[in-house]
Every structure is written in structure tokens, then in C-alpha cells.
Design a binder for this molecule. Structure first.
Ligand code: EPS
Length: 387
């Protein structure tokens, strides 16, 4: 099964992703991974760093002649920031030494203070360099491989922004894979053209005030097989696995499967997706998507709908947040850095990644196979058995 690890700090030399457990024979090019990394940098409201980070990768192992070997895939993503500035060579040097500028004004809402206390650091930089959402570039590289594997069994994962700050889209139409280019072209990755401009205005207003914004993204997975996850044990339920993966994304504070929160206020008679038989495809259908494509901890084979709510970033340009100087214990304000106004559009791409990694791992658990051919044949045989 797919397992992966990321390493690296935001202003260190590079990020690394090691992805283990992919079957042999999966077609992969550096461009496939590069394209996903490019999508993660999209979005109105990102800070100056995104203008020069290129997320250039090197494939260090596990891929030969454009195909996975079944061995761990190792991907290096250089941090342009480190290469263009001597400051970071010194500040992030692995050699013994000490910084001349410890950060001692932890930001409320960031990992800074709890991280300093937990690991015994006097400098918030020891925490923030790894807590930074820069790390998600390595996840997206791993997720690109998961998406390619899912595509072998006809599964596609995409996302769109449905809320930016207080502006929420009320459109019911959902994008399909054919619409993904259009979503990515939207400066806020919003499928609903009517709401897009209000979202941009919301970002501009927050930027003017030096403030930040959160929001909500919706991740959709099309073409899923029935039965990923399981009802038999709490730790095998697909909803639980997806929620953990989504909640692991920096600044995400809420997750919803289908219309989970809205349905809580309905009566049972109006809260479930009716089942019908489709003679043309010889398959069962759910007539609505309230449950978001899962029942009893398993995929139903319908559209998977997962939402992620992101809080506004804790680094602000202008307004100050009250904190305490950890060196003097005196009241002060959190340190200011260049920052993004919002990272919600980028978070959507990261959320796709996390969903794809969970689905790919669970598909492998169900269908097995050391080669992609074996994996796909097992998935096809299972689909046939249901007809
Ligand atoms: C981040 C702060 C900003 C973001 C960064 C995440 O970086 P910096 O402090 O270097 O300006 O741009 O995101 C990325 C670099 C990225 O690639 O996503 C933070 O504090 O989480």
C-alpha cells in the first residue's frame, strides 16, 4: 500500500517526498508531477514568494524510462528561496551554530508557541520552518503519483473553491474533469462565475487592510469503485481516513463529507439518498449526493464529496495579534512577515492530493497487485462481478 514521507523546511535547501508501495509499471513523467505542483501555486491572494518559487523537481529513484519500478519513488523539490539568498544559507545551515535573530513573538493561531514548548526551542523559527504550508509541495508531488494510479481504474479527483472569506457560492452545478481547466483558470479556482468576482473583491479588501482570509473548498472524486474502506472496524472507515487526511492540511479546521452539517438539521425521511436500479448500466444508483458518496464507512460508487474549511492565515501584514515575548514574558504583538492574503485556492489542490492519496491506498488494499496491470485487472473483475 502507498505510504509516503516528506522532509524539508520552508527556507531550507529542498523538500523531499519518498513514496513507497506504488505498483510497477505506472507511467510517470517529471512533467506530470511538475504540472500538479504548478496548479498548487495558482490562486489570487498568494504572497510574493509564489512569484519566484518554481518547484523544480528531480526524480532521484524508483522510476526508469517513464515507468515506476515498484521500488520507493524519491522526489526532490528545490526551494528557490534558499538558492537565491545567502541569508537562508546561514539561517537554515545544518552546521553547528546559532541564529542572531531568534523569533520570540509567537503568532496566535500558528504552531509557534506550542511547538516551542513541546520541543524546547527558544526560537520560533525552529517550529515554523516545518509547520509552514510550504511542506504541501512535497505532498502534492506524492499525490500526483496517486492520481496517476487512480486514473488507471477510471477515478479522477478535482476541487473547486466554494467559499472565500464571507462570500459563499450558492451554485449547485459541480465541475467535472472536463471543467478542471476552467476552474484552474479562475483566479480563485471558483467554478461559479457569478461568485468569482465577489471573492476577488473580498481578497482585495482584506489585502488593503493587511488582513488574511480563510474559506472552504469542495473535493470531488468521480468514477470510484464501490467498497473502498470498510464498516467492520473504526480505523478502516473511509470517512475517517479522508477526514484525518484533510485535517492534516495546515490551517484546515473543519471537514465535511457530503452535506454532513446541513443534513444534521433535517428529518430522517429527507436526509438520505434514495437507491434505484439503472438497467442501462446494470448498477445501483443513489438519486442525490447528501451522503457525499459514502455509507457505513465505504464508498458507494457515487460521486465522492469532501469539503475542507481553512481558517484565515495567522501571519498578517498589518493588523497585529496580541501575544507574549517568550524571552521577557512581556506583552507584545506577533512578528510580521511577508505573507499570503489567502491560500484557499492552493489548499484545494492540496486537498485533492490528500483525497487521492487515501483513495489510492484504499484501492490498493482492495485490489492489490504488484504491477499496474494486475491492479487494474482486479478492479475490472470486481466491477464485472457486480453486474
Ligand atoms: C507560508 C508563508 C509564505 C508562503 C508559504 C507558506 O512563505 P514565506 O514565509 O516564505 O513568504 O508563501 O507557502 C509556500 C512557500 C508554498 O510554496 O506554498 C507559511 O507560513 O505557511
Amino acid at each position: 500500500m502507498i505510504r509516503y514521507l516528506t522532509a524539508g523546511e520552508s527556507h531550507g535547501q529542498a523538500l523531499v517526498a519518498v513514496v513507497e508501495g506504488l505498483p510497477a509499471g505506472l507511467r510517470v513523467t517529471a512533467e506530470d508531477i511538475q504540472a500538479e505542483l504548478g496548479r498548487r501555486r495558482l490562486g489570487y491572494g498568494r504572497g510574493p514568494r509564489q512569484r519566484f518559487e518554481v518547484d523544480e523537481i528531480e526524480l532521484l529513484g524508483g522510476i526508469r524510462h517513464g515507468r515506476t519500478l515498484g521500488s520507493p519513488v524519491s522526489i526532490l523539490i528545490k526551494n528557490t528561496e534558499w538558492f537565491r539568498s545567502d541569508v537562508w544559507h546561514e539561517e537554515m545551515s545544518p552546521a553547528p551554530g546559532a541564529t542572531k535573530k531568534p523569533l520570540t513573538q509567537p503568532r496566535p493561531g500558528h504552531a509557534d508557541l506550542s511547538g516551542m514548548q513541546k520541543y524546547g526551542f527558544d526560537d520560533a523559527r525552529d517550529v515554523l520552518e516545518r509547520a509552514s504550508a510550504r511542506e504541501t509541495a512535497a505532498r502534492v508531488a506524492a499525490g500526483a503519483l496517486a492520481k496517476l494510479l487512480l486514473r488507471e481504474i477510471g477515478v479522477d479527483v478535482l476541487s473547486h473553491v466554494i467559499q472565500m472569506g464571507s462570500v459563499r457560492s450558492t451554485a449547485v452545478a459541480r465541475p467535472t474533469m472536463a471543467d478542471l481547466a476552467k476552474v484552474d483558470e479562475s483566479p480563485v479556482r471558483c467554478f461559479d462565475e457569478k461568485t468569482q468576482d465577489a471573492m476577488i473583491a473580498e481578497i482585495e479588501a482584506a489585502a488593503k487592510d493587511g488582513d488574511s482570509l480563510g474559506g472552504v473548498v469542495e473535493v470531488l472524486a468521480y468514477g470510484l469503485p464501490v467498497g473502498l474502506g470498510s464498516y467492520v472496524h473504526w480505523d478502516r472507515k473511509i470517512d475517517g481516513l479522508l477526514s484525518q487526511a484533510i485535517m492534516s492540511i495546515q490551517a484546515v479546521k473543519g471537514v465535511e463529507i457530503g452535506d454532513g452539517f446541513e443534513v444534521a438539521g433535517r428529518r430522517g425521511s429527507a436526509a438520505h439518498d434514495p437507491i434505484s436500479w439503472d438497467e442501462s448500466t446494470k448498477s445501483y444508483r443513489r438519486e442525490s449526493t447528501l451522503a457525499g458518496g459514502t455509507e457505513g464507512g465505504m464508498t458507494t460508487g457515487e460521486l465522492l464529496v469532501v469539503r475542507a474549511a481553512m481558517k484565515p492565515l495567522a501571519t498578517l501584514n498589518r493588523p497585529t495579534l496580541k501575544t507574549v515575548d517568550t524571552a521577557t514574558k512581556e506583552e507584545t504583538v506577533s512578528f510580521k512577515e511577508r505573507t499570503d492574503v489567502t491560500a484557499v485556492p492552493a489548499m484545494g489542490v492540496v486537498a485533492e492530493t490528500m483525497v487521492a492519496l487515501v483513495l489510492a491506498a484504499e484501492a490498493q488494499r482492495k485490489f492489490g497487485g504488484d504491477s499496474v496491470r494486475e491492479f487494474a485487472a482486479n478492479a475490472a473483475a470486481f466491477a464485472d462481478s457486480l453486474r
